[in-house]
Design a protein around this ligand. Sequence first.
Ligand SMILES: Nc1ncnc2c1ncn2[C@@H]1O[C@H](COP(=O)(O)OP(=O)(O)OP(=O)(O)O)[C@@H](O)[C@H]1O
Length: 622
Amino acid sequence: MAARAARGGPGLPLIVAAVGRHRRLLAAGIGAGLVWTGTKLAAPPLVTWTIDAGVLGGDTSQLWLGVMLFGGLAVVGAGFAGLRRYYGQCLAFVVEADLRDRLLAQVVRLPAAFHDRHPGGVLVARATTDLQQAQQPVINIAIMVSNLVMLVGAAVLLASIDPVLAAIALAPAVAVFAVAVRFTRRLGPRALDLQTRLGRLASTVDESIAGVRTTKGLGTENDERRRIHERAGEVQRAALRLNTVRATYQPLIELLPAFGLVGVLWIGGLRVAHGSLTVGELVQFSYFGLVIVGPLRIAGMTASQLKRAVVSAGLVAAVLDERQEASPRRPSPSPSPMPMPMPTIRLAGGGPTHSTARVAGGLEIRFEGVTFGYGPGRPVLRDLDLVVRAGECVAVVGATGSGKTTLGALVPRFYEVDAGRILVGGRDARQWPLAELRAQLGVGFEDAFLFSGTVRDNLRFGAPEADDTRLRVAVRLAGAQDVVAGRPGGYDAAVGERGLDLSGGQRQRLSLARALVADPPVLLLDSPTSAVDPAKEAEIVASLATVIQGRTTLLVAHQPALIALADQVVLLDGGRVADLGTHDDLLTRSPRYRRVLAAHPGGALPGDTHPDGVDRAVSVTP
Ligand SMILES: Nc1ncnc2c1ncn2[C@@H]1O[C@H](COP(=O)(O)OP(=O)(O)OP(=O)(O)O)[C@@H](O)[C@H]1O
């Protein structure tokens, strides 16, 4: 993979395709470049004519005309050189934005397993430094095309005067090309090394900033600084290695055109002395010799940029080539479609929302022989069977690391099961169009994540069409009224990046409200009260008792009060369902269940002093 990227791999086709999508800008740049080329090709013959006829011929009117025309050509050439660069730069920016759009669209569609493997910082580097590198040579495409036409034009013009001298004048172009090819070969691995290390540095900086509170709390600022310093040092050394290669070849690229000029002056001077070449023609040769210095230098520079760009684009292409989550295609209609009951409890109305009576609704979730592991040979869930009936709430309880979160993550297909299947509403989750499946699910994670924007933006994240009435009901149900009311501006109040200007409990309640705004028939809640104080917990538990009415709920929970909301409790152990029953039932008969609850800080059982003792006082009935 790395070797392929160093050779170029899919990087060049990616850049070429992106340029192709914006060919109008490319055409404008090349058009401007060709006008510039015309002025450059016209100037030397004009100089020859001015010198031979105007200066040596003693005709001042021709001299005057030649000078005026030369000045005019210079002005037009300069203007079009500016336009050529302008369009080249525009094209490069547009190509960069185009590739970034594709990359970011891809990143959000990649499965959770991809994101587990690739640190966010590396992806940030792909979307920033790599794409900036990829667009660099694009600026020079129009310049290179017009320069090439100029070289060919110059070759034809000069060869018509003196083929040998023309070969001497233009030989450096061939030599520069050969040097550039060798140069880019040596540059490839070093460019890849630099881009890879830049990605690692970005990842370290990203992690360091995200964990800055932990660093401060543990007093490890200096260790963290050292870690970043080491990564930055690696980048610096890789950049220096790249620079050494560049610096080795640069003198050659500078010198070769000068050799051409030396040859022209020497051989051409002798020919003028022998009368086989006019002074004007010698000036024309020298002029071209000077004019091609710039293009040849640009060619050398572009060769080095191109290699780094192709390597960087190759890294971007590798992300684009990753398999996305299953396609959102609709399954072919089944001959006997499964019934998909929709919940009857809805946020918009005041009536049923406040009813504590169980209302039919939700979708059944059925795990059948589910086996799943994050890596091969390390199953977290083994041949697990579990049914959460429509409208029922099942609490998932288990020791830390027993796979509770994983179980919930399989329903929205953040990960695909290794064996078995999960049926949602009677249909295999893999048969649901992904977007439609997820639209049925309200997900509340333990580490609630909010985006920068307003409170309203965050609440509407999964349901952009939701009106304020719906938001208010969801906020009330999640017990988050005080969070909204306590911020100046209420629903219009700004939420900082990642919601870090809110407490953990406030974030948790807002994210619960967000899950409710979309009014999903199924709720997947992971420890929704883990970050709130006991008073708030009681309030949220009371709200949840209403929220889960008419929905199917899978609730990862540790606190007895929360667990007691569930119709059934499943005890996970060793990746399997170790026990199943009501909270009271399990408390009474399962020492293992009591141990698991007692082991969790929020699940401590007052009075449960003996591991096998039964303390009915801890039973909380909703
Ligand atoms: N993204 C991941 N990549 C690799 N392994 C993971 C990943 N997420 C979880 N695991 C592993 O899978 C196992 C189950 O994790 P999971 O988070 O489902 O447990 P849990 O029961 O929810 O734990 P807790 O109560 O501590 O939150 C653990 O051994 C964990 O290390």
